[in-house]
Design a protein around this ligand. Structure first.
Ligand code: GAP
Length: 461
């Protein structure tokens, strides 16, 4: 019988196998922080590599940057983050629970089957009135005794300066996008890129999120993979639609099923956006945002021109036309994609004879280890290590000689290793090994010399 994947089950699996551990674990953790373990970091790196390959390497006109996390605070004034990057929060005066007013309303409407209420479109006063009128209670203690709604800025502040008096407030960036905008002209000039072209970046972002977050779905420190595509204003719609398709195709190529993905247009557009949508994934917590695609017009570059006093004009080398390009943004949280990939790969199978196995059906290009080398007996370890050493030059490999071969296969299934090699006494005679496929569990015999090409073939993305 198919078992439904719950977040709790996934968290336990991830901790037990070394994908993800609670942050600061031996100090009882720090809410909303997680550490990637030995197989988790490989999975995450492979996801970043796949994204970079698709959106930079295989794109004729996209360039990467790696901008500083700490930026001039004027950047965040220009982007609007200092004034409007805030969540409506309220505290329960009884149990001190802090909640987002929009989430409370959403949950209340879902529970009481009230339709047509979109908290994103409500003002602070409207949310306050709704909560009072419907007597929305605290989900923790059940009482109705809230503080008024206050806007809570999500940026983490820190300070810089040699003396206490001379300190300046700076921020840990809440998105990587601004590092791409402020480098628009640097990149354009150094690469001699012609509009349309893109700038991509992968890096950490920080948000002082109020509501805790379903494992690595919503954390206070996370990585984003963002791509800004600069184009002429009249081409914005065309490239917006193109990036919607590219973003969807990327996920399908990573092994996601179309039935588990859907586009969701934003209910409320930011004042500068012409169009915006998310791709949602059917997580164990329900349909939720995986990534966003926005037509941000020329708002960001115009604001940086205004706040920095530096021209953001692009001159078309053929027509001599001068204009500030528009931007199509594609943004995906790397950790959120790791979570979706884990959910998509997780499977509990019942085998012939009634045994069960947990298997992670990762696309081979994403699997933490590509191959596991398993000597059938300990006295075959010399030959096995020789093969292992050689394969390490090509791929991330793992070696295991502890326990029965069946148990060792199960351990590899749990971390999604696509290929296991078993070294037996015949290997000493004819240099062949048994190759076992993770998904079909079929076994074939192969010469050691042919293994790198066999595995490489599986890794195509
Ligand atoms: N530059 C646009 C931007 O940052 P966003 O919708 O706020 O847009 C983009 O974030 C993506 O970053 C989201 O689709 C999600 O995948 C990821 N993300 C946002 N906040 C996150 C958080 N607190 N934890 C993990 N991932 C997050």
């Amino acid at each position: 019988m198919e078992q439904k994947l719950t977040m709790e089950k996934l968290v336990n699996h991830c901790k037990g196998c070394g994908f993800v551990y609670p942050g600061s674990d031996i100090y009882d953790g720090l809410a909303n922080t997680w550490d990637y373990g030995p197989v988790g970091v490989e999975l995450k790196n492979n996801i970043k590599k796949a994204w970079w390959k698709r959106f930079v390497q295989e794109s004729d006109n996209s360039f990467g940057v790696d901008a500083a996390i700490l930026m001039n605070p004027r950047v965040w004034e220009a982007s609007g983050h200092t004034t409007s990057f805030a969540d409506p929060k309220m505290d329960c005066k009884e149990c001190k629970m802090r909640e987002r007013a929009d989430n409370l309303i959403e949950e209340y409407c879902a529970k009481h089957k009230i339709s047509g209420i979109i908290p994103d479109k409500m003002t602070t006063d409207e949310m306050q009135a709704f909560i009072e009128e419907h007597k929305v209670n605290c989900p923790k203690c059940g009482k109705h005794n809230w503080t008024p709604i206050r806007q809570f800025n999500l940026m983490f502040e820190t300070s810089r300066g040699v003396t206490e008096e001379g300190q300046n407030k700076i921020y840990l960036r809440p998105e990587t996008a601004q590092g791409e905008f402020v480098n628009f002209l640097n990149v354009q000039r150094t690469t001699r890129a012609k509009v349309p072209f893109g700038i991509a970046q992968i890096g950490k972002a920080f948000r002082n999120e109020i509501t805790p977050g379903n494992f690595i779905f919503r954390t206070i420190e996370f990585e984003q993979m963002e791509h800004q595509f600069f184009c002429k204003g009249e081409d914005g719609e065309k490239y917006y639609n193109e990036y919607k398709q590219k973003a969807m195709q990327f996920l399908l190529d990573l092994g996601f099923k179309q039935d588990d993905l859907r586009f969701k247009d934003h209910d409320k557009l930011a004042h500068y956006a012409k169009a915006a949508c998310d791709i949602q994934y059917n997580f164990p917590i329900g349909w939720s945002e995986l990534n966003g695609i926005h037509n941000r017009t020329n708002y960001d570059l115009s604001r940086h021109q205004e706040f920095s006093g530096k021209s953001m004009m692009y001159t078309d080398p053929i027509t001599n036309e001068k204009y500030i390009p528009h931007d199509i943004e594609y943004s995906i949280g790397c950790d959120r994609l790791v979570l979706a990939t884990l959910c998509n790969a997780y499977d509990e199978e019942t085998l012939e004879g009634g045994d069960t196995r947990i298997v992670m059906h990762f696309e081979p290009c994403l699997a933490p280890y590509k191959v596991a080398v398993l000597p059938l007996q300990k006295n075959l370890s010399e030959k096995a290590k020789e093969i292992y050493k050689n394969l390490q030059k090509h791929f991330m490999c793992t070696y295991d000689e502890a326990g029965s071969i069946g148990k060792r296969y199960r351990r590899q299934d749990q971390i999604g290793t696509p290929v296991c090699l078993t070294i037996d006494f015949n290997t000493l005679e004819d240099n062949t090994v048994t190759i076992r496929d993770r998904d079909t569990m079929e076994q074939i015999r192969m010469n050691v010399a042919d293994i790198p090409a066999y595995i490489q073939n599986k890794l195509a993305f």
